[in-house]
Structure formats: structure tokens, C-alpha cells
Ligand binder design. Structure first.
Ligand code: FES
Length: 197
């Protein structure tokens, strides 16, 4: 508690000095961090679009990037993985993505511009954990004997198919989010801008 007997002029001076030191200290504390960020990193942190090179992405593989602080996953789906999307439709909560978030171009059977390339925000729509990829099928997956491949959230057990669509009877309410994106070339995807293939 401040003692009212303290001289007000002296108190204002002390307040100004300590406040000023705080500002100066803050500037010095922040400067090395800002300077240490490369221009592209600063742009990323500010939400600029992010390019992802998929030229080395093999069928069945996934690569990860960060866009606006969120994990972005790009999966190269094999023909078998694409086929599985239709097989699981009866087990999904929102198979047509009517109540889920994606750009208009991704509200289709594949939730993507090209059937073989899936782009997702890698965050569970329940409470925001990061699901893990479970691409192995059957007992090898550790999920179930008839697991066709997909994603599994270890926090509370939500399951998603290979288009990020949520299964029934799990806590996650909606499909995983598809971010805006477009192809700059066959091997380069730009996350953060909408466009057609
Ligand atoms: S956060 Fe994923 S199931 Fe709860």
C-alpha cells in the first residue's frame, strides 16, 4: 500500500523513472529477438502466405509447415488412401463437410484441390491437441483391426479419416480445418491464398 505521507512530487518522479527504465529494458529485451528473426520468419509470424515445396513428397508421406502459428500438414495420398475415403463415409459425423471449415473448393469428396494431395491444419477440433498420423492400416495401426488409415488425437481419442473428416462417437465435433491454399506450380503450394489448381 502506498503511504500518503510520501511527497507527491517525489512519487511522480520515481514513477516516471522506474516506468522509463521498464520501457528501456523492454526495448533492449525485445530487440535481439526481433533482429534475430530473418525477414521471411518475420513475415511468417505476421501471417504472410507460406510456400511449401512438395517436389520430394512421396506417396504415403506427410510434410509439416507452420502458417500463422498453426501446423499445416500436406499429405500425398496413394490410390489406396483415396479409395478408403469412400469406404468410411458411413462412419463419419460430417462426411460432406457441411458443418466444417474449408475453402469452397475443398468441400468435395477429397477436401482438396487435387485428390492425391491433402492440405490440413493439424489441430484437433475438440480442444486443440495435435493429432498423430496413423497411416498404417489394420491391427498394425494400434487403433482397430479394420482401421483404414487416418489421424488419431491422443488427448481424448478423436479419430479422423485421410481427408481430416471426423468419425462418429468421438469428442471432436467437426472435421479438421482445410486452410486456404493454391498451387503456384505442380510442386509448389502457397498456403494462405485461395486459388484453383
Ligand atoms: S483435443 Fe483431440 S480429442 Fe480432445
Amino acid at each position: 500500500m502506498i503511504d500518503d505521507r510520501v511527497d507527491n512530487g517525489r512519487r511522480r518522479f520515481l514513477t516516471a523513472v522506474t516506468g522509463g527504465m521498464g520501457v528501456i529494458g523492454g526495448v533492449f529485451a525485445a530487440t535481439p529477438f526481433v533482429l534475430s528473426m530473418a525477414p521471411s520468419e518475420r513475415a511468417k509470424a505476421a501471417g504472410a502466405p507460406v510456400e511449401i515445396d512438395i517436389s520430394k513428397l512421396e506417396p504415403g508421406q506427410m510434410i509439416k509447415e507452420i502458417w500463422r502459428g498453426n501446423p499445416v500438414w500436406v499429405v500425398s495420398r496413394t490410390p489406396e488412401m483415396i479409395e478408403s475415403l469412400q469406404q468410411v463415409e458411413g462412419e463419419l459425423r460430417d462426411p460432406d463437410s457441411d458443418n466444417s471449415i474449408q475453402p469452397g473448393f475443398a468441400q468435395n469428396d477429397y477436401r482438396s484441390l487435387k485428390p492425391e494431395i491433402l492440405v490440413l491444419i493439424g489441430i484437433c477440433t475438440h480442444l486443440g491437441c495435435s493429432p498423430v498420423q496413423k497411416f498404417a492400416i489394420g491391427p498394425e495401426s494400434g487403433i482397430s483391426d479394420d482401421w483404414p488409415g487416418g489421424f488419431f488425437c491422443p488427448c481424448h481419442g478423436s479419430k479422423f479419416d485421410l481427408a481430416g473428416r471426423v468419425y462418429q462417437q468421438v469428442p471432436a465435433p467437426t472435421n479438421m480445418v482445410v486452410p486456404p491454399y493454391k498451387y503456384i506450380s505442380d510442386s509448389l503450394i502457397l498456403i494462405g491464398e485461395v486459388g484453383e489448381a
